[in-house]
Design a protein around this ligand. Sequence first.
Ligand SMILES: [Zn+2]
Length: 238
Amino acid sequence: MRLENMLPRQLKHAIDENWPLLVPAGCIENHGPHMALGNDTILVREVLDRVAERIPCVIAPAFWYGVTGYAVSGPDEGTMDMDTDVFGHYAKEVLRAFLEMGFQKILVVIHHQGTGGPEGLALQRAAGQLMFEKAVAERGRGWWGEHPPETHGNAFSTLRVLDLIRPESGVGGDHAGFYETAFLLYLRPELVNMNALGEEPLPWFCTRDGDRSEDATVEEGKRMVEAIIGALVIELSK
Ligand SMILES: [Zn+2]
């Protein structure tokens, strides 16, 4: 269920039942001539909508405006880039508000540049800071306690940042090449125009040996996306 569509009573039920909150993170970025600019955010949102059909959870509105470093294009080709620190401060405020709503398990899910990219690191920093601040506020200095964390709860388990593609899924990744094109072809076919790949010149990331956008198919996308969903469901069920 998407948070923005919920009634207050539905939110209260989700909190009482300890449903996890899943927060998609992404960006607006050029993905070649054939794919939608919002691909990285759209992939996360579409996958999480399907996860929500299998386990009870709430899907938050996405972090749409992210950090790209203009890695693949300038703004004239559709990429937007936010200052990393500004993004991190804003993300921290959003995550703080989710904690104040009462969610006990919040997972930010990112595909764009992974958890180790600047946006993923900014989100991890925000999450870590919030967990420290929460622990001190609730339990005071020395909050780590006199007993092991498993006896009073791991302070960091409330708020985590996860890669959309779990290693256990066995699925690879790229930028607008075979993998991402196949994912989007399966999830949102109307947002891919394979005919545009006939236009020249194509960017390098669409034409690499063994990883060409034009080789992507709906069938391959379905197989890989199902593996991604399966691995996420197992991770979120822990
Ligand atoms: Zn991408």
